[in-house]
Write a protein that binds this ligand. Structure first.
Ligand SMILES: C[S@@+](CC[C@H](N)C(=O)[O-])C[C@H]1O[C@@H](n2cnc3c(N)ncnc32)[C@H](O)[C@@H]1O
Length: 186
């Protein structure tokens, strides 16, 4: 069993995602996207950022580890008539089947940060993005006093047992030195 996949398939993340649509639209707007553009939304959930990207005319592939969220994303794309948007199952640590340099933009908003092998994630994002393309990550920052989620994670982690040996916290993606190290190695 892949515990990373099992975790995200528990419950129904679409209920939370429904509250985040405005921030998805805002980040996509801030990117200044102009088609033609081939984009990857990694850890896409049910399309909070993939849908607004596709509405701007980009060709978008959403990849997520959770089968239920891929199904929900494809349902949203069909309902909105977005033929340039498809969702598929995959793991950010190993994007097997995705060709090298296939995207102009690789975007991941609170998505790939949750994959357990961050150096592999950085390597895969670099591999599938064309040279000269863009990689954009939205990551929570540890202890950020302005972030509800950062505070929530800080409080909940103080009540849980220590993580298993070798566990790398997703929050390390919110520390610049780690980002530089991971992408430099990639
Ligand atoms: C906080 S949600 C964010 C979803 C979406 N980006 C959004 O903004 O609504 C995190 C997402 O990352 C996905 N995810 C977690 N680990 C992953 C992995 N190893 N590979 C691909 N997706 C992953 C989860 O299934 C979930 O959809």
């Amino acid at each position: 069993m892949n515990s990373n996949k099992a975790l995200w398939e528990k419950g129904d993340f679409t209920e939370i995602a429904a509250l985040m649509r405005q921030s998805g639209e805002a980040i996509v707007k801030s990117l200044g996207v102009t088609p033609p553009l081939r984009a990857l939304d990694l850890g896409c959930g049910d399309g909070t950022t993939a849908v607004p990207l596709a509405l701007l005319g980009a060709d978008v592939v959403g990849i997520d580890i959770a089968t239920n969220l891929v199904v929900a994303g494809n349902k949203r794309a069909a309902e909105l008539g977005l033929t340039g948007l498809t969702f598929q199952e995959g793991d950010a640590c190993n994007l097997q089947g995705v060709r090298d340099h296939s995207f102009d933009l690789t975007l991941t908003v609170f998505g790939a940060m949750f994959a357990p092998k961050p150096f592999d994630v950085a390597k895969e994002m670099v591999r599938v993005t064309r040279p000269g393309g863009r990689i954009v990550m939205g990551n929570w920052i540890p202890n950020d006093p302005t972030s509800f989620v950062s505070q929530l994670l800080k409080i909940s982690s103080s009540f849980t047992p220590p993580p298993p040996e070798g566990f790398i916290s997703p929050m390390t993606w919110g520390v610049e030195s780690h980002i530089v190290e991971r992408f430099s190695q990639a």
